[in-house]
Design a protein around this ligand. Structure first.
Ligand code: ATP
Ligand SMILES: O=P(O)(O)O[C@@H]1O[C@H]([C@H](O)CO)[C@@H](O)[C@H](O)[C@@H]1O
Length: 161
């Protein structure tokens, strides 16, 4: 499979997830902006994938990111989606335009919902949907010292005379 084929619309992804579930595969879902991919992202995504059998990543569109994080994204949604899709342990990438992935999670009803532990369980959007459907909501420890913001700050410091 070419990585670009992992990038799907919500409509195309729904039957794929239904088939995975019908085959008894546990579907893990996470989401984020993933502006500049770094070690923390890779570590947490790989761990998320191994909490189940398939990993679906919800990716904020450029419009969504710019509402959440003024001045961002630095990389457009096409680039961010392809970089995520190129990861061996990512099975699907789906863009969402809203401020939160709630409607996407309501549509997919993943078996496992995951975020980094910079979030509390009750602070993870969609946790009620997943728990009410008998699923799990989990966090993965952060890799200390890694963030997109930190990368930007280091570049800015490097460029400042
Ligand atoms: N250092 C890290 N280790 C593990 N997971 C991380 C780390 N940083 C972010 N994540 C996780 O990656 C996902 C996407 O987060 P996000 O795109 O905001 O990354 P970020 O590097 O924190 O970006 P920003 O600096 O712009 O906030 C979230 O689920 C978050 O919990
Ligand atoms: O990359 P971020 O900022 O960690 O991703 C955000 O996560 C929010 C989270 O799911 C809240 O529980 C989400 O609402 C927001 O749209 C971003 O994806």
């Amino acid at each position: 499979m070419w990585s670009k084929d992992k990038i799907m619309t919500r409509e195309a992804l729904l039957p794929v997830v239904t088939d995975w579930k019908a085959q008894g595969q546990r579907v893990v879902f996470t989401n984020g902006c993933f502006d500049l991919l770094h070690l923390g992202h890779v570590d947490y995504l790989e761990k998320a994938r191994h909490l189940g059998d398939r990993l679906v990543v919800g990716l904020n569109t450029d419009a969504s990111v710019s509402c959440l994080k003024p001045g961002r994204p630095l990389q457009d949604e096409v680039s961010r989606a392809r970089v995520l899709a190129s990861l061996l342990f990512v099975d699907a990438v789906v863009l969402f335009d809203e401020q939160t992935p709630l409607t996407l999670i309501e549509a997919l009803v993943p078996d496992i919902l995951v975020k980094g532990d910079d979030y509390t369980i009750s602070g993870i959007v969609g946790h009620q949907v997943v728990l009410q459907n008998g699923g799990q909501v989990l966090t993965v420890p952060l890799v200390a010292g890694y963030s997109t913001t930190r990368i930007v700050e280091r570049i800015q410091a490097h460029l400042t005379p």
